[in-house]
Design a protein around this ligand. Structure first.
Ligand code: GRF
Length: 208
């Protein structure tokens, strides 16, 4: 049984997609053992609690400096003893010590087709604003392993989403969530939980 901890920052629609997929049995061999948010008052914590999942916030505001926050976040993750850490709309930089300790065991969902519209400053609605400004006809989402750099880790899966005439960033964000993010993230967890994919020497390996 894969022990999964989900890190969130906001609405938690990706978290909800995972919760629903586990409940529906489309994600198997998986136990959601905890949710951690960097914000105290977010819907994602309510979503977790409604599903009976232990949910806590570890907020940078409660620590004198970033190092103390990083230590507290890593300690909370360690306490839950996860096999996999899932970043689901988590907007805080992952402490390097955590990337090292959980090397190959942290995945992230990004709302674009990496390497487009990713890296520093590309998160949330900003990603879709830039995509619309650039005039791309196709965008999408990417789930990838997390490494030191931002959005640079080995790609697990991607899913394209068409941009439509008149799209606003909000409308496009919602379509990318519905048609890509909420499908890709549960699928990746199920693939990892059932040994269909793993990371070896920095590359994603598909089991035969
Ligand atoms: C959204 O911008 C989503 O595209 C990205 O993180 C943000 C919040 O998602 N993955 P969520 O509703 O909190 O899962």
């Amino acid at each position: 049984m894969l022990r999964v901890v989900v890190l969130v920052s906001g609405g938690g629609t990706n978290l909800q997609a995972i919760i629903d997929a586990v409940a529906a049995g489309s994600v198997t061999n998986t136990e959601l053992v905890g949710v951690i948010s960097n914000n105290k008052t977010v819907k994602s914590l309510e979503r977790a609690r409604s599903a009976g999942i232990p949910a806590v916030s570890v907020s940078p505001k409660d620590y004198a400096d970033r190092d103390l926050f990083n230590e507290a976040l890593l300690a909370k993750v360690d306490e839950l003893q996860p096999d996999l850490v899932v970043l689901a709309g988590f907007l805080v930089a992952i402490p390097p010590a955590m990337v090292e300790r959980y090397s190959g065991r942290i995945i992230n969902i990004h709302p674009s087709l990496i390497p487009s519209f990713c890296g520093v400053g590309y998160y949330g609605l900003k990603v879709h604003e830039r995509a619309l400004e650039r005039g791309v006809k196709v965008t999408g989402a990417t789930v990838h392993f997390v490494t030191e750099g931002m959005d640079e880790g080995p790609i697990i899966a991607q899913k394209p989403v068409l941009v439509e005439e008149g799209d606003t960033p909000e409308v496009l964000q919602r379509r990318v969530m519905e048609q890509a993010e909420w499908i890709l993230l549960p699928q990746a967890i199920d693939d990892i939980a059932n040994g269909r994919i793993r990371i070896e020497n920095g590359k994603v390996v598909q089991a035969q």
